[in-house]
Design a protein around this ligand. Structure first.
Ligand code: ZN
Length: 84
C-alpha cells in the first residue's frame, strides 16, 4: 500500500536522523518546493514545517524532482518542558 502510494507520488519516503524511513503526504505542487521537516532530538517526533521555503541551488543541467530538508533540534513542546 505504501509503495503504491509512493509510486503515485501521493506520499514520499525520507530517512530520519536514525536512518528509519518516515512518510509524508505530498500536497500537489510540492515536487520542487523543499519538503522541510524538523526532527526533535528529544521526543523523536518529525514535524512537517509549512512555512519558510528553503532556497536550494542546483546546477541548471540537473532536473530536480524532489528536494528534502531535514533539520534537527528541540521541538516547542520539549523546549517548554526543558525550560521548566
Ligand atoms: Zn520534542
Amino acid at each position: 500500500m505504501l509503495i503504491r502510494l509512493e509510486k503515485e507520488s501521493l506520499i514520499y519516503r525520507f530517512p530520519d536522523l536514525k536512518g528509519d524511513f518516515r512518510y509524508s503526504i505530498c500536497s500537489g505542487s510540492e515536487e520542487t518546493t523543499p519538503n522541510n521537516h524538523f526532527q526533535c532530538t528529544v521526543c523523536d517526533t518529525v514535524y512537517k514545517l509549512e512555512r519558510e521555503p528553503i532556497e536550494v541551488s542546483i546546477p541548471d543541467d540537473y532536473l530536480v524532482h524532489t528536494v528534502q530538508v531535514l533539520t534537527a533540534g528541540i521541538c516547542p513542546e520539549c523546549k517548554i518542558f526543558k525550560e521548566n
